[in-house]
Design a protein. Structure first.
Length: 148
């Protein structure tokens, strides 16, 4: 049998090196690297319109409140009383599949909207995007839902 010499050591080193590289490649294929928002670049190009909506909401002091009842249902209360069209998005940063987009046509009496879906515990961003009296508005709030 041959003695162990530096050539064998180099061969063993390269075998372990290739094995570690292959393991790293395999593990990296298991992770979802998708973007949080579909069509991210298209969304980024429309930022000026989004900025104008934020500015309109800030200047006119448009806002909403979120409250929950004992059953875990949430309601959104607008403070302006104007008829509006748009959407409310419940964005969950940890899981895209839990996102919820609701039209504002469910608003009761121009100022209150009841969310019938039960939201899972965790951090949520509530994004209200609407048009009232010909002016576009956008307001975003973070809420934390605890276990009921």
């Amino acid at each position: 049998m041959n003695k162990f010499h530096w050539g064998h050591g180099i061969f063993i080193f390269f075998v372990f090196y290739v094995g570690i590289l292959m393991t790293a490649v395999y593990k990296s294929k298991q992770i979802d690297h998708s973007l949080v928002i579909d069509e991210y670049y298209k969304h980024d190009l429309a930022y000026q319109a989004h900025y104008d909506k934020l500015k309109n909401a800030g200047n006119a002091k448009k806002d909403f409140e979120i409250s929950a009842d004992e059953n875990g249902r949430h309601q959104i209360i607008f403070n302006d009383g104007e008829k509006k069209q748009g959407t409310i998005t419940f964005y969950n940063p940890s899981n895209k599949k839990k996102d919820l987009v609701l039209p504002l046509n469910d608003v009761i009496g121009n100022d209150r909207m009841v969310i019938h879906e039960i939201l899972s515990p965790g951090k949520w961003k509530v994004q209200a995007d609407w048009i009232a009296l010909g002016t576009a508005y956008y307001v975003e709030k973070e809420i934390y839902i605890t276990v009921l």
